[in-house]
Design a protein around this ligand. Structure first.
Ligand code: SAM
Length: 488
């Protein structure tokens, strides 16, 4: 790769990812930063890359990014080992080779210097100290608790108060970095499985902290350290790393009001395989998160968000302006029960349906889901892609609905219709296309006619389902392709 950090020597990183997001991250690191030696663990992906650090920090499916210090097999303590012996084993296991630790820290320091967006790195600014300002976006407080991580009232994100890093001359900024032997640090530890029966996280932190102090002359600083050493001990592996950015990669600097978790929104857009020139619609767009993630990734496509809630639309509009997407993205007030769009006029539909605590009052799933799904299918062109985010309950409901429609379209009546279609050079396709060529939105009668005659849901072919964690609950991302109902 030409834009390497350190000649052609690949750097070993790992990223954390929400449960279910790992396969997206594996695909993304391979595609965007030519990752090699990729290891997929639960909630983490380890990889090597020679790509520029500024490309690595732009990964969209990752939560946090670390420089890998150590990845080992899990620690196995002999049965009936006493505590002192267990501590000493743990110490020799965790500390490793002094030169290797020093090499990784040197690399960490140089990557800090290379990061362009200095509001996200660990560089100490004159107006603030490392770890000194702990806002609601602080990585330490990142616990995936909700599908809408901004906060419970989805209020505006607090602006970061680190001053303008560009105000500080480059050479002055570099002087703010510590030398490798004057590093201050703190340990952040997670210990699970059988080891947690011997050690608390505090025990592990103490053991490793003492070792690093003795070995490298570093000083512990719990409040304002230069860097943090993360340790994760499980029954499957032992992983140590140093976070490269102060804030999670999942915090988007182009989003003002956060909605659906950005990584999940990005994954939905990625599943939709948006092509240049595509027209993409989110019929229940909220503050527009999915479309914004999609638009940032696909420069040549066009995006329309629809919602029936004025407040959401105001925030969506603000988000569009904040992300500089006015030329390719718009929002519209309408109901997803009657979309003001021609049939077969949309290439891609993406939608995060209301479910869970926040939106439970807005939709009566059993009653509203069928017409909403009919409308999404109607506006989608043949060959178009539909990606939905659903609760486990809505996921079952939709599977049942589509199966029922399949049965209907296979019934005697529909068989005859299909025969008609086939013998009559795709009457059915013609009907759908001509609806799409009308000027103005479809009439209720037209939609009804289309539905009755073609059972549109039976034209949806299920491609895949991915389960992702939304914090307190899981969501299921369903992907469908719309087939020509006559030839299904
Ligand atoms: C789960 S939220 C979408 C959140 C969105 N993905 C985001 O990140 O902000 C569902 C949205 O559907 C909207 N909604 C509910 N019923 C609707 C309807 N019948 N027509 C259009 N929008 C509707 C709600 O106002 C809400 O904004």
């Amino acid at each position: 790769m030409t834009d390497s950090n350190h000649g052609s020597v690949p750097v070993r990183y790992f990223c954390t990812a929400g449960n279910g997001m790992e396969s997206f991250l594996v695909e993304e690191v391979k595609r965007k930063v030519a990752a090699q030696d990729v290891i997929h663990l639960q909630g983490k992906v380890i990889f090597s890359s020679s790509a520029n650090i500024n490309n690595i920090v732009n990964l969209k499916s990752a939560e946090r990014l670390f420089l890998l210090l150590n990845h080992e097999a899990p620690i196995k303590l002999p049965a009936h080992i006493n505590r002192a012996k267990a501590s000493s084993l743990l110490q020799s296991y965790l500390t490793g080779d002094k030169n290797e630790v020093a090499r990784v820290v040197m690399l960490w320091l140089s990557l800090q210097g290379a990061l362009k967006d200095r509001s996200t790195n660990y560089k100490v600014q004159p107006s603030a100290t490392v770890g000194g300002k702990r806002g609601d976006n602080d990585e330490q407080s990142l616990v995936i608790e909700d599908r809408y991580p901004g906060d419970s009232s989805r209020c505006k994100r607090q602006r970061l108060e680190y001053g303008n890093p560009d105000d500080t001359p480059m050479d002055q900024q570099d002087k703010l970095l510590p030398s490798v032997d004057s590093v201050t640090f703190r340990i952040c530890c997670k210990c699970s499985g059988s080891l947690s029966r011997y050690f608390s996280t505090q025990d592990v932190s103490k053991v490793l902290g003492a070792s690093l102090t003795t070995l490298l002359g570093w000083r512990v600083d719990l409040k304002n350290p230069h860097l943090e050493v993360n340790v994760n001990l499980t029954d499957d592996y032992c992983l140590q790393g140093i976070p490269l950015t102060k804030f999670p990669l999942a915090n988007r600097n182009y989003v003002q009001t956060t909605g659906l978790r950005s990584t999940v929104a990005w994954a939905m857009a990625s599943m939709a395989q948006i092509q240049p020139g595509s027209f993409v619609v989110d019929p229940m767009c909220g503050v527009g998160t999915i479309l914004i993630e999609a638009a940032k990734e696909h420069n040549g496509a066009f995006f329309l968000g629809i919602d029936n809630d004025d407040e959401q639309l105001v925030k969506a509009n603000e988000n569009i302006v904040y992300a500089h997407l006015e030329d390719r993205m718009q929002v519209l007030k309408a109901s997803s029960l009657v979309l003001p769009l021609h049939s077969a006029s949309v290439d891609t539909v993406v939608c995060d349906l209301p479910f869970g605590r926040k939106f439970s009052t807005k939709i009566d799933a059993a009653k509203d889901l069928p017409p909403i799904l009919y409308e999404m299918t109607r506006v989608l062109r043949v060959g178009g892609i539909l990606v939905l985010l659903l609760s486990p309950q809505l996921s079952c409901l939709i599977k049942r609905l589509i199966a029922q429609e399949d049965v209907k379209s296979n019934s005697t009546d529909s068989q005859t219709e299909k025969q008609d279609c086939l013998s009559d050079g795709a009457t059915c396709t013609k009907q759908l296309l001509s609806e799409g060529q009308n000027n103005g939105p479809p009439s209720a009668q037209e939609t009804k006619y289309g539905l009755k005659r073609t059972h549109p849901l039976s034209s949806l072919r299920h491609e895949k389902t991915v389960r992702v964690s939304l914090g307190a609950i899981d969501g299921l991302m369903h992907k469908y392709v719309k087939l020509d109902p006559c030839f299904k």
